[in-house]
Design a protein around this ligand. Structure first.
Ligand code: ADP
Length: 191
């Protein structure tokens, strides 16, 4: 299986690039952010998740890991998966390893999109105009998301680096140019 962790701060372009990777390599796209936003809004789980995400905080690991595992289990025949927005903590990375090992597979690689904080803030504020997402519309919430990323999520790259699975990709430029860089990294590894 080709299991790609597409990594990077909020606004790095993970969603956009995931769609393209899925199309080119025939993979399944799993975005925990999309899964949370797709829950029945009246359910307790959706309300709980929203109470964290609207404030720019991470949903607790226990809930997120369960949601992720049940989502992956929907695609038993997948050739591979693009994990977008997961794992976002060390505990999630460890849980993913255990989960995939149980299925006789593992994470192939982490592709990490590198984008400066100023650029991220600009992108998220512009995205707010089309996404309607509360967490994109407020600079204070955006800054909290970036702060949480730097504190809890950025260290997850080290987890994969120590396994020689980390590939850093410049995340500024045209969507096509960034996509080409991602494909080169994937194809180098597969050779
Ligand atoms: P972005 O990458 O732009 O921040 P996402 O759609 O990936 O947006 O995530 C939106 C929100 O959903 C996050 O701010 C967080 O509250 C929640 N979330 C998504 N994935 C996770 C995760 N793996 N762990 C904890 N919370 C998550």
């Amino acid at each position: 299986m080709l299991n790609i962790v597409l990594f990077g701060p909020p606004g790095a372009g993970k969603g956009t690039q995931s769609e393209k990777l899925v199309e080119k390599y025939g993979l399944v796209h799993i975005s925990t952010g999309d899964v949370f936003r797709g829950l029945d809004p009246e359910s307790d789980l959706a309300k709980l998740a929203k109470s964290y995400s609207d404030a720019g905080n991470l949903v607790p690991d226990e809930i997120t890991i369960k949601i992720l595992e049940s989502e992956v289990s929907k695609y038993p025949k997948a050739k591979g998966v693009v994990y977008d927005g997961f794992p976002r903590t060390r505990a999630q990375a460890e849980a993913l390893d255990v989960f995939l090992r149980g299925k006789g597979t593992g994470v192939t690689m982490m592709l990490s999109l590198v984008v400066s904080e100023d650029e991220l803030k600009q992108r998220l504020l512009s995205r707010a105009e089309v996404s309607g997402r509360k967490d994109d519309a407020d600079i204070g919430i955006i800054e909290n998301r970036i702060k949480n990323y730097n504190k809890d999520t950025a260290p997850v790259a080290g987890f994969y680096k120590s396994q020689d699975k980390l590939f850093e990709i410049e995340g500024v430029g045209s969507v096509e140019a960034i996509f080409d860089s991602l494909c080169i990294a994937i194809e180098q590894l597969q050779d």
